[in-house]
Design a protein around this ligand. Sequence first.
Ligand SMILES: [Zn+2]
Length: 468
Amino acid sequence: MDTLTRQRGEGSPEPGAAAPRLDGATARSGITAPEPDGTAGRQVDRIAGVGLLDGRVVDVDIAGGVVVAVTDAGVDTTGGSGPVGPAVIDGRGYMALTAPAEPHAHLDKALSWGATRPPGCDLGAAIDAWRAFAVTVDEDEIHGRALAAARRLVASGTTAVRTHVDLHREGDPLRGVRAMVRVRDELADVLDLQIAVMVRDEDPAERARDAIAAGADLIGGAPHIAPDTAAETHRLIDLAEELGVGVDLHVDEFLDGDHGMLTAFTDRVASWEPGRIRTAGHCCRIGTMDASGQSAAATALSGAGVGVVTLPVTNLYLQGRAECTSTPRGLPPVRALLDGGVTVGAGADNVRDPFNPVGRSDAIETAMLLVIAAHLDMDTAWHLVTDGARDVMGLPPAGPAPGRRADLLLVRASGLDDVIADAPVDRIVLRAGRMVSARASVLVDPFLTQTSTLTQASTHPPDLQEAP
Ligand SMILES: [Zn+2]
């Protein structure tokens, strides 16, 4: 069972209402969003008998959206008063983990693979396929896919997302931004959603100002696509400074040469006040440097307070396609960056769109890839998709410890190795102390009954049928 609450407000369905029908392209791809029901959004007062990463089995008490106590399971330290409220989750067999955060998504592009079908698999083919599709979509179409993608993230355990969103060439250039603002409003009770607007070199400054005025939080962009990468980097940072917002740029998403972007970026933001968002996504080129170059890059990034986001599933797909021998991985040297004091998070980037045809909208998938492709130990990999991602996003600490926000992922497992290796289906997700999703695998009887016929039977599993 998947459950997901939605904001109760003007124009928003009550929990239990059917999800909006998805656009045709999404429906054809067989993807539906988790359905809300009446149990979602319920306040949780205690999680009883749940395991922690350190092996302890504890009771976790929650009040006001924050973890207020973590005590050995069954040991009453309240003087007989018990939990702070009556809503107790049976956590036996589960582990309580910090809920993941997704620091770099493209919800406006997500789940469009079925409709776009790029003829090639490299970045150029993906861009061409997306641009051809983008002229055909309106705000509602973008909203439908983005909402579905966001719900899939929540159902997997993610309670905070930063999405990038395109400005459009034809028609209303802000329709993607408006769609993301709608998703942010509709999911306000279940998800922290940050919006970075992708400003291209062809976009006049006024369009970027309009996007921030329409609700975008950050200036984004991919200056390496511009003819003069360094100049475009400076222009975007000028815009952010003028508008008083942070930046999240696609930095060095390539493997050859130095386009001067990394130095321009770190030089410009080094003087920014603490706490102002400055994020460098991808940073693939740093992975091609020798050890001294990597160390120098780490020193510059750390000194400038830049948070780096590595995106294994998409960059493993996109990068290195020209190399038939010793194919590069397309990842920054995560271990070297961490050793150099850089704040690092990890995300998925594109999911089932022209830039990446696969992806499960599941941070556990990203953690698994970090173990395999970035050679991280499992604790560090999990840190990058949880605490590291939240740090990059400027979010307060969360997790099963007193004083932290009660954004928690309960997953049926006995250790982090079970979590990352198995990606268990059974998960309960809390955001600020409220349950926003709960699901479990079930056994089924696949045999037809004596009275049924094949023509009466569905040819698809129930969870792949179209939304009602
Ligand atoms: Zn991206």
